[in-house]
Design a binder for this molecule. Structure first.
Ligand SMILES: Cc1cc2nc3c(=O)[nH]c(=O)nc-3n(C[C@H](O)[C@H](O)[C@H](O)COP(=O)(O)OP(=O)(O)OC[C@H]3O[C@@H](n4cnc5c(N)ncnc54)[C@H](O)[C@@H]3O)c2cc1C
Length: 434
């Protein structure tokens, strides 16, 4: 037995960091279990290096809509010198780039100062059930052997719904035909001449089309090539990774993942050759980082008490059990392209509520699920999987775990008004006031 905690969080991405920081901040003995030696999830391990979903276009005005624990994490990243100023995306919203080293350090500090324990280099590998609907322990594989972490409430922030699946909670994969969002191997280049590169992201689509006419081949359109805080360093989000059958590779399949890592690095080198050859400002650039893993956008999504849908995103839905908001549009990574679908701008409010029920799996009492594997349809997840909504879900899950323990109730049975009051007291924005 490795230990016994009130709250056990699996996975240290944005959802897990927010969940563990919040539960520990409310005095709950909390352990976060993470397979890597650092926090940040896809944000660091897959080199995403950019926060989306922190802003929404509210009737034409781009506003910050994700508050609470995200504010503290971003302030810490900023103090470490690793946060870029927000940049405008398609003239409609804003995103904010960051450095992975600063994110890792800031997340360590946040969790430790709030009193959470962290077990790094521990791969969650199964559960022990006390009964059909109650988890008693998370099983982990570590360098010091196999172990069990006992807990009263578990929060699955693995991104892949690992814990929920092991515990027997129902889940879905992909759209109606099983198609998932395509993964991407991110990479970053340094040595860019910012003056010569200018706003290269506006000219790159045309340059790619010209290169294709001369015989170049790209895995996808919709390249995202943007500067980091150091204007000589740019992130590149353009590769696309398919399985042998042409569909998105499966981020829960070891063979697919293995092939994807190699193909991702091959595509990164090939796209870098294009940047160096054809894009002004990149002639002296070099690849400074290909991250530890390919970026997985979607695998399992639990089918919980409510599934957030694409319609909810586009119609800016209200929910009485709101725990915060999502202001990111549907960003659908289909074969060879990225399709964007926005709520009406400026007619709409620009964000939807995220209901507490999307964190509540069916059939397991002492489990909450937050982040990209929470209860959403494929289309809903195409929007609310980004960091902003994951911070919201994580903070709500950590708060709900605290309230459930206080009331000695299942997470599904806490009073929503208590949860909302606590979230607002802790600085979260629930989207109820203008
Ligand atoms: C290529 C790409 C580009 C993206 N671009 C953006 C962007 O620009 N802005 C943005 O906001 N979002 C972006 N996203 C989406 C966003 O990064 C993710 O959806 C978000 O990180 C999901 O957060 P999460 O906490 O749910 O899960 P994750 O970030 O996936 O974190 C899950 C964590 O759990 C750990 N874990 C998983 N399984 C286990 C296990 N069995 N045992 C132990 N640990 C485990 C993982 O190592 C990881 O640390 C992008 C995603 C990809 C893939």
């Amino acid at each position: 037995m490795i230990g016994e905690y009130e709250v056990v969080v699996l996975g240290g991405g944005p959802a897990g960091v927010a969940a563990a920081a919040t539960a520990a901040g409310h005095g709950r003995s909390t352990l976060l279990v993470e397979r890597y030696g650092f926090l940040g999830g896809m944000g660091t391990a897959a080199g995403v290096t950019n926060f989306c979903g922190l802003f929404a276009n509210v009737h034409g005005d781009i506003r910050s809509v994700v508050r609470g624990v995200a504010d503290e994490l971003l302030a810490r990243i900023d103090r470490l010198g690793g946060l870029n100023a927000p940049h405008v995306v398609f003239g409609k919203t804003k995103a904010q780039a960051y450095d992975t080293a600063a994110y890792k350090c800031a997340a360590d500090d946040l969790l430790l100062e709030r009193g959470a324990a962290i077990l790094f280099h521990a791969l969650g590998a199964g559960v022990l059930m006390a009964s059909d609907d109650t988890i008693s322990a998370l099983l982990v594989e570590t360098k010091s052997g196999r172990g069990a972490v006992l807990g009263r409430i578990f929060v699955d922030c693995s991104g892949d719904g690992d814990l929920a699946a092991w515990a027997g909670a129902p889940f879905e994969v992909g759209d109606r035909d099983g198609n998932m969002l395509y993964p991407t191997m991110m990479f970053r280049v340094n040595g860019v001449d910012p003056g010569a590169a200018g706003e290269a992201w506006t000219t790159i689509p045309k340059l790619m089309a010209e290169a294709e006419r001369k015989g170049a081949r790209f895995a996808r359109k919709g390249a995202i090539v943007r500067p980091q805080r150091n204007p000589q360093e740019w992130r590149v989000n353009v590769t696309q990774l398919k399985a042998a059958n042409g569909r998105a590779l499966d981020g829960t399949d070891a063979d697919d993942l293995s092939r994807g890592e190699i193909e991702g690095r091959r595509q990164a080198r090939s796209y870098f050759d294009f940047l160096k050859r054809d894009v002004p400002g990149f002639a002296d650039a070099y690849i400074v980082d290909i991250p530890p893993q390919i970026g997985i956008r979607e695998t399992r999504r639990i089918t919980g008490r409510y599934q957030l849908t694409g319609d909810d995103v586009i119609s800016c839905a209200d929910f009485s059990d709101t725990i915060g908001v999502n202001g990111w549009p549907i960003e659908n990574h289909v074969a060879g392209d990225v399709q964007w679908l926005w709520p009406e701008i400026p007619a709409s409010r620009g964000f939807n509520h995220l209901p507490y029920r999307m964190l509540l799996p069916l059939e397991v009492r002492n489990l909450l699920v937050a982040g990209r594997c929470a209860s959403m349809t494929h289309e809903g997840q195409s929007a609310a999987r980004v960091s902003g909504a994951c911070f919201v879900m994580g903070q709500a899950a950590g708060s709900a775990a605290h309230l459930a323990l206080s009331a000695d109730r299942a997470a599904a049975d806490i009073a929503i008004s208590d949860l909302q009051q606590l979230l607002e007291k802790d600085g979260a924005y629930l989207g109820r006031q203008p």
